[in-house]
Design a protein around this ligand. Structure first.
Ligand code: ADP
Ligand code: MG
Length: 468
């Protein structure tokens, strides 16, 4: 077990020296294991003070960081340390109020963000450790698949008063499509324009963890106070509290208290409120009361727009041909798309090559293969037919009855959004239809996605099946 050493217990500095030399190595290990974001938010905040007996002692600027690190990273830190010194059995963390944590260093906007946020230390540290500085409205590219969610997010962040029709705002969509980006953008915007409003952003997972911890340590009052005193509460990835009854109960009361007191609540999830499984009916219904905005899979044009905006912001030359190629090939989600671009840039940078189509194809060979392997027009046709109990040949036919024509339109829509084939190509693969027929189908389904929940759900599930 970890001992939570109270502030200012002296450490044995003579033993500390060699441990302080190990720390950078262990840190690198952890960076590798947890990834850059986690590393910057948490691990980089730890300052190694030395070692007492078998415990490594660290200091951090806030209690919040200390608790988070102990809960999430303690075992990993010890394990990694033991590779260098197997006498180490535990870690202790003290809170040193005087030390300032370094700002989150991701993204190019950091300077601007740090300057413009004028908050007390604790609050600003909360912000910097939990919000990504590049997730702002300015870097979000809107297109048909996300413009409703984008507009809703903007409206909520700009509203002087909470609009009952937008409370809660529920954003949902598949992984990597920008939900977290929009939530952080709302938080940044509100904070910068009205820093008196208390904005609390938390993932549902963390909410659950803090709730359980508060129960255990008899700190329920503080827990309730923290969330119920928010002017704006944002809970990301709500699906993670599905099935967790007591957390749900607490969440429900928090939600009600805030909404009843005219505080803004913003929630994100991977599916619509009514489709959340193992979630109490009353919560689902309350979540659906406000504004529900979904984010669909990206279109080719949006993917291209996102890539163009990204290279512009980084200030690096990438031929359009390469961006077009990436937008056509990496169709799964924006996270993967960004990952592919980053990989190409990093690789060419390292090898001092120019970015060209040829080396892009080369660098991304494996990734492209797996993207291609996953989704072909034929596979789309097969899965859509299966799901609607039709024959695959119905997909090529000209039968016009609704129960065949609608799934066929869905299949055309999915072929357009999930593969890189042109409208004409897709038409050919659907029994020699004209490209205007495919275009009509795509438009029709895009409209239905907004208006008809059944179609939206059908498309969502098909995408899931096709992408795994
Ligand atoms: P989610 O929370 O829906 O899983 P994220 O918000 O984490 O997705 O988005 C994944 C990545 O894609 C982030 O780096 C985000 O900045 C980027 N991204 C997603 N959608 C857009 C968009 N429309 N414009 C710019 N970047 C986007
Ligand atoms: Mg997210």
């Amino acid at each position: 077990m970890t001992s939570l050493v109270k502030d200012n217990i002296p450490v044995n500095s003579s033993e500390g020296t060699s441990e302080q030399m190990i720390w950078p190595i262990v840190k690198e290990d952890l960076r590798h294991e947890f990834g850059e974001d986690t590393y910057k938010s948490w691990i980089s905040k730890l300052e190694c003070d030395g070692c007492t007996n078998s415990a490594i002692t660290f200091s951090v600027p806030t209690r919040f960081i200390r608790d988070w690190v102990l809960t999430h990273f303690e075992k990993k830190i010890i394990r990694s340390w033991q590779k260098h010194n197997n006498h180490i059995k535990k870690i202790s963390i003290t809170i040193s109020k005087t030390k300032k944590s370094s700002p989150v260093e991701t993204g190019h906007n950091v300077q601007h963000r740090n300057k413009s946020i004028d908050m007390d230390d604790e609050k600003s540290q909360f912000f910097q450790s939990s919000l990504e500085s590049r997730y702002v409205f300015e870097s979000f590219v809107a297109g048909p698949s996300n413009e409703f969610a984008y507009a809703a997010a903007r409206a909520v962040s700009e509203a002087k008063k909470v609009q009952p029709g937008s409370n809660p705002l529920f954003l949902y969509g598949g992984v990597g499509l920008g939900k977290t980006h929009l939530m952080h953008a709302i938080a940044w915007h509100i904070q910068e324009n009205n820093s008196k409003r208390k904005v609390v952003y938390i993932s549902a997972e963390k909410f659950m963890y803090q709730f359980i911890k508060a129960l255990r340590t008899n700190e329920m009052m503080q827990f309730k106070e923290k969330y119920r005193s928010a002017d704006v509460l944002m809970v990301d990835d709500i699906q993670f509290i599905c099935g967790k009854d007591s957390t749900q109960e607490e969440f429900f009361h928090t939600l009600n208290t805030l909404i009843d007191n005219n505080r803004q609540v913003v929630i994100s999830g991977d599916r619509s409120p009514s489709d959340l499984q193992n979630m109490e009916e009353r919560i689902k219904s309350r979540l659906g009361w406000g504004l529900v905005a979904d984010i669909h899979n990206t279109t080719y044009e949006l993917r291209l727009g996102i890539l163009q905006s990204k290279v512009e912001r980084i200030g690096i030359e990438v031929p359009n041909q390469v961006l077009e190629f990436l937008a056509a090939k990496i169709t799964s989600n924006v996270r993967e798309l960004e990952g592919a671009l980053n990989k190409v840039i990093a690789h060419t940078n390292l090898t001092k090559q120019e970015v060209t189509l040829a080396n892009t194809q080369d660098i991304l060979r494996d990734l492209l293969r797996s993207n291609e392997k996953n989704i072909t027009v034929e596979e789309v046709q097969k899965k859509v037919a299966e799901r609607h109990n039709l024959k695959v040949s119905d997909m090529y036919s000209s039968k016009r009855s609704r129960n065949i024509a609608r799934p066929r339109q869905i299949a055309m829509y999915l072929s357009k959004t999930l593969t890189s084939h042109s409208l004409a190509d897709i038409g050919k693969k659907f029994g020699g239809k004209d490209h205007t027929t495919v275009m009509h189908a795509v438009k029709k389904i895009e409209t239905l996605l907004k208006e008809n929940n059944e179609v939206a759900e059908d498309v969502r599930l098909l995408i899931k099946v096709l992408q795994c």
